[in-house]
Write a protein that binds this ligand. Structure first.
Ligand SMILES: Cc1ncc(COP(=O)(O)O)c(C=O)c1O
Length: 414
């Protein structure tokens, strides 16, 4: 069986199910996910790391729809949560506290207390102040909180500036040269048990060299910590493994694993990774319908969809490229279109200068590789309802999140 999204008999299918059929029953905008694609990506990365002691903590921020979390947990993944809400949804999906790492800049006292009370596997500390707050909360409960220190190694990952997180001018973590002093201080605090180090350079990384440098930096710091009498248990190298959105070279999981796992193995510590996009990005498409087609002298041909930045903000937010194609392409002359959404923002453009054969209003159009950072960033701007989501698995499809109703939109207003 072909996993993921393929054209069969001239029409787009997901794991052998016709998307045109699903769209006819559920309507658009609609996210469709391939269970087989998620399973294949997990197996590829987990398999590539099989020679080393490792745990994959799926980064919920990429997509935290409950049915997908249950599927991913079933594969053996643990969780990386980035907010109190993500801890709650992880728990609802069945992740045990000991399977959750809690990351995030600007965690509130309530969120920290939730994590301390649950006894998560590690809270990734972002600052001296946060260390002090966790210590106080843990002592108030008579507990020792397991904590890891998030280090900012000042390494340029060569990705888009908005998703780069490990340089000195980024808000994340503590500068690596300050880390030994803070680790010593953490070890001294009765409410803290330092268990690891954490780094996350950014997302959609396609070069190995920055990841290798970061792994060496963390391994060196772990050795220094041991010499200081602060033995640790794990090194968490974050997420970031990129995918091929448009034919560019994307890292191969075996290459990635071979590059970083030996560096961590040499320290004797466990390796944690927090993949998000790699597991779910290619496993999802956003399907919209053509709402209008127009062309006037001196202007481009516009293909206006019934979906846009409210469902998928990546193109508007960081000029992200997504392949776009008709669900059931017609034969005939093709034309170049600006593929735009219905929102009253010029940045609501999903694709520039895309070539399509004959199209008509009402045709379903698929935006590919939309499984990560799609639905999780959806908004109600222009009072639009958030879309339905469908999971196709084992040759069957089911709605895993209903489209919002207009009542949902106004439910909490007086
Ligand atoms: C701390 C942390 N871990 C993991 C991830 C997941 O990254 P990705 O989806 O690129 O694998 C992110 C996202 O940027 C993150 O901030």
């Amino acid at each position: 069986m072909a996993a993921g999204f393929t054209y069969q008999n001239g029409s787009l299918h997901c794991d052998e199910v016709s998307l045109a059929d699903v769209v006819a029953q559920v309507g658009t905008p609609l996210y469709v996910y391939s269970g087989a694609s998620i399973r294949a990506a997990f197996a590829a990365l987990d398999g590539a790391l099989s020679a080393s002691r490792h745990t994959l903590h799926y980064a919920l921020k990429a997509n935290s729809t409950l049915a997908l979390l249950r599927l991913i947990r079933g594969l053996g993944a643990h969780a990386d949560a980035n907010s109190g809400g993500e801890i709650q949804v992880a728990r609802r999906a069945g992740f045990e506290p000991a399977e959750i790492v809690f990351t995030g800049v600007g965690k509130t006292v309530d969120e920290l207390d939730l994590a301390v009370g649950l006894g998560v596997k590690a809270i990734n500390i972002e600052s001296d102040g946060e260390a002090a707050r966790i210590d106080r909360l843990a002592q108030a409960r008579g507990l020792r909180a397991r904590v890891a220190l998030r280090v900012n190694p000042d390494i340029d990952p060569n990705t888009h500036a908005h998703i780069s997180t490990g340089q000195r001018f980024n808000k994340f973590g503590v500068p690596i040269e300050h880390a030994p002093a803070l680790l010593r201080e953490m070890a001294r605090r009765p409410g803290l048990e330092p268990v690891g180090l954490h780094v996350h350079l950014g997302s959609q990384l396609v070069e190995m060299a920055p990841l290798i440098r970061a792994a060496h930096a963390l391994a060196g710091l772990a050795r220094a910590a041991r010499e200081m009498g602060v033995p640790l248990q794990h090194l968490d190298l974050g997420g970031g493994l990129g995918i091929a959105y448009g034919g560019e070279a994307a890292p191969d999981p075996v290459h990635y694993a071979n590059a970083i796992a030996p560096i961590v193995a040499a320290t004797g510590l466990d390796l944690l990774l927090e993949p998000g996009r790699y597991l779910v990005g290619p496993a999802g498409v956003l399907v919209g319908c053509i709402a209008d087609l127009k062309r006037y002298p001196g202007s481009p041909r516009f293909m206006v969809l019934d979906t846009g930045m409210t469902e998928l903000i990546r193109p508007a937010l960081y000029q992200a490229f997504h392949r776009i194609g008709a669900v059931t392409p017609r034969a005939g002359d093709d034309h170049v279109y600006e593929v735009v959404g219905p929102l009253c923002e010029t940045s609501d453009t999903l694709g520039h200068q895309r070539r399509f054969g004959p199209v008509e209003v009402g045709d379903p159009i698929a935006i590919f590789d939309a499984g990560a950072y799609g639905i999780v960033m959806a908004s109600n701007y222009n009072r639009r309802r958030q879309p339905a989501e469908v999971l196709i698995d084992d040759g069957r499809w089911q709605i895993i999140r209903q489209r919002q109703s207009y009542d949902d939109l106004m439910a909490r207003e007086v």
